[in-house]
Design a protein around this ligand. Structure first.
Ligand code: ARG
Length: 233
């Protein structure tokens, strides 16, 4: 029948962690955001069906390496360590690790976290670069402790409750969380600048297809349009 071509369509399954506005988050029952829309646009370009699988952030790479998902897209930073288990597509966005504090906090800049005798409790989302960096640089140096949460929003809640002193998290989610809570601010200082990309199984034939599709969606303005929809300049 005429449906036979459709029935054979492969599915592009995107593993994500939908706790990360404006990249992926729930609006009612739906997962929306920059990554959700770029993922859909990539599937359309590749003539594939599209499906999002929501999971804990630190389950995304295992889902990709085991073949449970075709790719991982979650505002995910390219790191040397992750490159040992997955490949990454070309970069489609830039992120900054930002620091959220309560108004009036004694932490005024990233340097205060590294000051001699500092002993701050730092909240992060488990397995994120915020976790990896602060665990190495601060906890590892005996300059504070890292409290890990499954969701960035839970770290922010602990901050509002005075259980921790700051949260290290990507700047755009930081803006959403600060907008949703009174008495918080983002420090005008950057912990780290990083590249976001899509992770794929090592040596997957899909990587080149994704990169070609990404380049086309960049060239025709689709990617910028999606980003502008969620992030005001
Ligand atoms: N960019 C950071 C990382 O790669 C945080 C990403 C968190 N993403 C999410 N969807 N929760 O580790």
């Amino acid at each position: 029948t005429d449906d036979s071509a459709d029935a054979k369509k492969e599915t592009l399954t995107m593993a994500t962690n939908a706790t990360f506005p404006p990249y992926e988050y729930y609006e009612g029952q739906d997962i929306v955001g920059i990554d959700a829309e770029i993922g859909q646009a990539l599937a359309d370009k590749l003539g594939m069906d599209f499906k999002i699988e929501d999971m804990e952030f630190d389950s995304i790479i295992p889902a990709v390496t085991s073949g449970k998902a075709s790719m991982g897209m979650a505002g995910m930073t390219v790191t040397p360590d992750r490159l040992k288990s997955v490949d990454f597509s070309d970069t489609y966005a830039t992120g900054v690790q930002a620091i959220i504090v309560k108004e009036g906090s004694d932490i005024k800049s990233v340097d205060d976290l590294f000051a001699e005798g500092a002993n701050h409790k730092i909240g992060v989302q488990t397995g994120t670069t915020g976790d990896l960096y602060t665990t190495d640089d601060i906890e590892g140096a005996g300059l504070g402790t890292v409290e890990r949460f499954q969701k960035g929003a839970d770290a922010v809640l602990a901050l509002t409750q005075g259980k921790i002193d700051c949260v290290v998290i990507d700047n755009n989610p930081a803006k959403s969380f600060v907008a949703a809570n009174e008495g918080l601010k983002i420090l005008d200082t950057e912990y780290a600048v990083e590249d976001y990309a899509i992770c794929l199984p090592k040596n997957s034939p899909l990587t080149e297809k994704i990169n070609t599709a990404l380049a086309e969606l960049t060239a025709d303005g689709t990617i910028q349009k999606i980003i502008d929809k969620y992030i005001s300049a």
